[in-house]
Design a protein around this ligand. Structure first.
Ligand code: UD1
Length: 421
C-alpha cells in the first residue's frame, strides 16, 4: 500500500495553482443526469472521488469521456437507475444521484451509504426532501427505492438542519418537477451556488441563489439542456489547506486561481493568528510569520468556518505560541486526527466536541495513519513542520480529494515522496 514520506522543517516558497473544487464537481456531475444531451465539464480536479462518480454514471449507461480536467458526459443513454453498493460504499456523495435520477426517470434505487469515518452521517433529510415532492420512498435490502410514477410535483421543502448534499438533491429533484419548489433553510455554500447557476443555464429557474431560501421553477419533465461548458469553481478547501502549509512552515506561498471570497474565513482566522496576506485578483500570497498566535474556531455552515478546514487549522495551532480552542459543531466524530497529531508530539485534549490545543515547541516525525480526507491533510501539514521524517499511511484518503498533492508540494520545495510498503 502507498504511503507518504515527508522530511519536515524545509522552508517553502513559490506558487501553487488551485484545482477545481471536488465537492462542486460532484454535484455538477450528478446534475448532468438531468440532461439527455452531451455536457462538457472543465477544471475538474484529478482525484479519485471524481473518477468514482464518473464510473457510477458509466455503470448507469451514460457515455463518459474523461481526460484529466475535462469530461464530456452524455446521459441520453442511461439504461439503469440503480446506484450499486459497490460504488456508494466507496463514496457517500454517490447519494447525489438520487434527486436527478428520480426527477428524470421517475424511479431509482440507491444503495444506503453505510458507515463513515467522521460520524453517522444519515441521509434522512435527502429522503424527506424527495418525499415532499411526492416520491414514495421505501428501504429494500439496503437500498433506498424511490418512485414518483406521475413525476415529481413542486412543493415546500423545509430542512430541519442545514445540509449541503440534501440541498443539492432537493435542487436537482425540483429542477424537472412540475411547478415551483421552495427550499427553506437551504445551504449557502459556493457549491450550491454553482449548481443553481448550472440548473438555470440548463432551463430550470432557481431564485434566491446564495440565500437560505431557494425557489425552483421546474421544467415539468423536460430534460435540461446544458449547452455551455460548466467550469468548476476553485477548491476553497484545497486553497485553505495550502494557506495552512504556508502558516506552519513560516513560508511565502502564492496560490493562483482561487476565489478569494470563498476562503475569507480561513484568511481571517490566519490573520488572527498573525499571518499577513497579499491579495491580487484571483491570487493570494501568505507571508512568513515568525510566531503564530492561538486561535478560537467554531465550525459552522457557510459563510462560517468550514468543518472541512478544522483538522488543518488544528495542525497549525499545535505550533502556535498560545492555547487554541476548536469546537466541531457539524460532525460528531471528526477528531480522529487528534491522536495522530499527538503522535507527532502535539498536545491536544478533547472534551466532547471541543479540542484544546496547547502549544508545543516542536513536532517530531513519526509513523501516523490517515483516517479521513481532511484529517490526512492535517497530518501532511504537521509533517511539513515536524523535525525528521514522518510516514503517513492509508493515503488513499488523500487521493480521494487532493489533486497532485506531492507534485504541488514538491514544486514549492517540500521533501515529500510516495512510496510502496
Ligand atoms: C458536504 C461536503 C463535506 C462537508 C459537509 C459540511 C460534499 C461531497 N461533501 O457533505 O465535505 O464536510 O458538506 O460542510 O459536498 N445530516 C443529517 N441528515 C441528512 C444529511 C445530513 O442529519 O440527511 C447532518 C450530517 O450528519 C451533518 C450535517 O447534517 O451533521 C451537515 O451535513 P451535510 O451538509 O449534509 O454534509 P454532506 O453534504 O454529506
Amino acid at each position: 500500500m502507498d504511503y507518504l514520506e515527508i522530511e519536515g522543517g524545509c522552508k517553502l516558497s513559490g506558487n501553487v495553482t488551485i484545482s477545481g473544487a471536488k465537492n462542486s464537481a460532484l454535484a455538477v456531475i450528478a446534475a448532468t443526469i438531468l440532461s439527455d444531451k452531451e455536457v462538457t465539464l472543465t477544471n475538474l480536479p484529478n482525484v479519485v472521488d471524481i473518477r468514482t462518480l464518473l464510473k457510477l454514471l458509466t455503470m448507469l449507461g451514460a457515455k463518459v469521456e474523461h481526460n484529466d480536467t475535462v469530461a464530456k458526459i452524455d446521459c441520453s443513454t442511461i439504461s439503469s437507475t440503480r446506484a450499486v453498493y459497490e460504488i456508494v460504499a466507496q463514496m457517500r456523495a454517490s447519494i447525489l444521484v438520487l434527486g436527478p435520477l428520480l426527477s428524470r426517470f421517475k424511479h431509482c434505487e440507491v444503495s444506503l451509504p453505510g458507515g463513515c469515518a467522521i460520524g453517522q452521517r444519515p441521509i434522512d433529510l435527502h429522503i424527506k426532501a424527495v418525499e415532499a415532492l411526492g416520491a414514495e420512498v421505501t428501504l429494500e435490502q439496503g437500498y433506498v427505492v424511490a418512485k414518483a410514477e406521475d413525476g415529481l410535483k413542486g412543493n415546500k421543502i423545509i430542512f430541519d438542519k442545514i445540509t449541503v448534499g440534501g440541498t443539492e438533491n432537493a435542487l436537482m429533484a425540483a429542477a424537472m418537477a412540475d411547478g415551483v419548489t421552495e427550499i427553506v433553510n437551504a445551504a449557502k455554500e459556493p457549491e450550491i451556488v454553482q449548481l443553481s447557476e448550472m440548473l438555470n443555464m440548463g432551463g430550470a429557474k432557481v431564485e434566491g441563489i446564495g440565500t437560505g431560501r431557494l425557489k425552483v421553477h421546474g421544467t415539468n419533465g423536460k430534460p435540461l439542456d446544458f449547452s455551455e461548458p460548466v467550469e468548476i469553481i476553485p477548491d476553497r478547501i484545497e486553497a485553505g489547506t495550502y494557506l495552512c502549509v504556508g502558516a506552519i512552515t513560516n513560508s511565502e506561498i502564492t496560490l493562483d486561481k482561487v476565489n478569494v471570497e470563498h476562503i475569507q474565513t480561513s484568511i481571517e482566522k490566519l490573520e488572527a493568528m498573525g499571518c499577513d496576506f497579499y491579495i491580487k485578483n484571483d491570487s493570494v500570497t501568505i507571508k512568513p510569520v515568525a510566531e503564530l498566535k492561538g486561535v478560537n474556531i467554531v465550525t459552522t455552515e457557510y459563510p462560517g468556518f468550514p468543518t472541512d478546514m478544522q483538522a488543518q487549522f488544528m495542525a497549525v495551532a499545535t505550533l502556535a505560541s498560545e492555547d487554541s480552542l476548536i469546537e466541531e459543531r457539524l460532525f460528531e466524530n471528526r477528531f480522529m486526527h487528534v491522536s495522530e497529531l499527538n503522535r507527532l508530539g502535539a498536545d491536544i485534549w478533547l472534551k466532547g466536541n471541543v479540542a484544546a490545543v496547547r502549544p508545543v515547541k516542536e513536532l517530531i516525525g513519526a509513523e501516523v495513519m490517515a483516517t479521513d480526507l481532511r484529517a490526512s491533510s492535517a497530518l501532511v501539514i504537521a509533517a511539513l513542520a515536524a523535525k525528521g521524517t514522518t510516514k503517513i499511511r492509508r493515503i488513499y484518503h488523500l487521493d480521494r480529494g487532493y489533486d497532485r498533492l506531492e507534485e504541488k508540494l514538491s514544486n514549492i520545495g517540500a521533501k515529500i515522496v510516495r512510496k510502496k510498503s
